[in-house]
Write a protein that binds this ligand. Structure first.
Ligand code: FES
Length: 121
């Protein structure tokens, strides 16, 4: 499924919400990179992180994910999902496979986990 990313409009990062899932969009070195919006560690908001040396650094525990590959530079057991970007008629779209979409129960479990992480539990 192709998901429209909207215009950058001078932004270097933003999020796109689609099908109950948040995706992070980064403009890095002139390229659009689309990843899951939540960190694979504890679901921190990646678009609020810092881009440094080609990696997005999560604002919650500072794990760094390579924007080119999605691999985690901090703990190799984690990897960030990236999505192919397709340009058509001057617009950018993310190619989201149906397997990337989560069920409502998975979304609610993720939300509950992020709430307890935010509370420091
Ligand atoms: S939630 Fe992102 S590093 Fe922990």
């Amino acid at each position: 499924m192709l998901v429209p990313l909207g215009a950058a409009g001078g932004r270097s990062r933003w999020t796109v919400n689609h099908g109950g899932q948040i995706y992070a969009v980064f403009v890095h070195d002139g390229e659009i990179v689309v990843t899951d919006g939540q960190c694979p560690h504890r679901r921190g908001p990646l678009h609020e992180g810092i881009v440094r040396d080609g990696a997005i650094v999560c604002p919650w525990h500072w794990y760094a994910f390579d924007l080119a590959t999605g691999s985690c530079r901090t703990a190799e057991m984690y990897a960030l999902r990236r999505y192919r970007v397709v340009l058509a008629d001057g617009e950018a779209f993310a190619e989201i496979p149906s397997s990337a979409r989560r069920s409502w129960s998975a979304i609610l479990r993720a939300h509950a986990a992020s709430e307890s992480s935010a509370d420091g539990q």
